[in-house]
Design a binder for this molecule. Structure first.
Ligand code: FAD
Ligand code: NAP
Length: 310
């Protein structure tokens, strides 16, 4: 039986593993369905992690984190967890795709969040064929071409700036005339000559043919219509909480969830279920920053250690 199962290998999960294994827990396994590192690995640049003065890509930033954890004994299992449930004896069952199951004395869930789809006509049809949620992954396909970006948060604006370095022009479409993104990023976007702001506007349709996207149809609040002939559209309209692993056979969550599906935790990252902790972007009131997710992970790792030792 594992002392601790960590579900998710982003900044929260990796830091939880570091603190729990370095603190003396013997059997710590982190289950991560993809490569460890989390959603920041899809970001072109990060410049606000304390102590790291140069701007680096998310991939570079996370490169050494898994090795550091494993040096202290944490194991990494490349598996997708389908459910976490609790037995009557107080231990946990971690079920994985393909009918595999392991037992654990404690669990930290840090499955983060994933990009939300906008629901625009044509988005699903052309996803991966002109519609993308990752500028770092797909931006280069549009070198010296015009693209559209949808959204007004930090992700949309930062990725618009990244795309402006590669593409000939970036049309940033946002449904309001104010942005959620931080003022410093908004300033950079407004000063960038390659970014055209299309505000108070929505995308009605993404259209194309067998070879992919040919353009987007836009309308503004006055009802004026516009057609943008772009081969690529990047959608950054927020994130969904990855709480599926907590859903039980009866459809109810294992622990208390907030109104948006975020996991309710206290200041020690304890959920409503003893031995089950939540950390990072999936918890309530998360600041959604790498440093905060890492801080949550450290707290959860220390608390799991205490729980198991008790
Ligand atoms: P995540 O990073 O989401 O990691 C969760 C992990 O769990 C993933 O690796 C996922 O594969 C795994 N997982 C999910 N479900 C399962 C399952 N069922 N089984 C196994 N594994 C599973 N923050 C900053 O501080 N600075 C920035 O500049 C910045 N830029 C960003 C740019 C972009 C484009 C995005 C999307 C986010 C950015 N953020 C930034 C936010 C930051 O990335 C997140 O706050 C942080 O990654 C959250 O970490 P986490 O560990 O909670 O979750
Ligand atoms: P977000 O802050 O939720 O912003 C989503 C944006 O998409 C909003 O501007 C929203 O418009 C718009 N939107 C939502 N649904 C839409 C729809 N159906 N059609 C059109 N537009 C739609 O999401 P995010 O930018 O992905 O950021 C997520 C979190 O990560 C945030 O907390 C953010 O601060 C953090 N993050 C931080 C950094 C950083 O620190 N550098 C970088 C990236 C992300 P409205 O504004 O009108 O609601």
């Amino acid at each position: 039986m594992l002392d601790l199962a960590i579900i998710g290998g982003g900044p929260a999960g990796l830091t939880a593993g570091l603190y729990a294994s370095r603190g003396g827990l013997q059997n710590v396994t982190m289950f991560e369905k993809g490569m460890p590192g989390g959603q920041i690995t899809g970001s072109s640049e990060i410049e606000n992690y304390p102590g790291v003065s140069e701007v680096m890509s998310g991939l570079d930033m996370m490169q050494n984190w898994p090795e550091q954890c494993m040096r202290f004994g944490m194991k990494h299992s490349m598996e997708e967890v389908s459910r976490v449930s609790k037995r009557d004896d107080g231990t946990f069952e971690i079920s994985m795709l393909g009918d595999k199951m392991v037992e654990a004395k404690s669990v930290i869930v840090c499955t983060g969040s994933t990009p939300r789809r906008s629901g625009i006509k044509g988005e699903d049809k052309f996803f991966g064929r002109g519609v993308s949620t990752c500028a770092t992954c797909d931006g280069f396909f549009y070198k010296d071409k015009e693209v559209a970006v949808l959204g007004g948060g930090d992700t949309a604006l930062e990725e618009a700036l990244y795309l402006a370095n590669i593409c000939s022009k970036v049309h940033l479409v946002h449904r309001r005339d104010e942005f959620r993104a931080s003022p410093v990023t908004v300033k950079k976007v407004k000063e960038n000559k390659k970014i055209e702001l299309i505000l108070n506007s929505v995308i009605d349709e993404i259209y194309g043919d067998n070879s992919g996207v040919n353009g987007v149809k836009i309308s503004d609040k006055q009802g004026n219509k516009r057609d943008l002939a772009v081969p690529g559209i990047f959608v950054f309209v927020g994130m969904n909480v990855n709480n599926e692993v907590l859903m039980q056979e009866d459809g109810k969550p294992l622990c208390d969830l907030g109104s948006n599906g975020n996991v309710v935790v206290d200041l020690k990252m304890k959920t409503s279920v003893a031995g089950l902790f939540g950390a990072g972007d999936l918890r309530i009131d998360a600041s959604k920053q790498v440093v905060c997710a890492a801080g949550d992970g450290a707290t959860a790792g220390i608390q799991a250690l205490e729980y198991v030792n008790d």
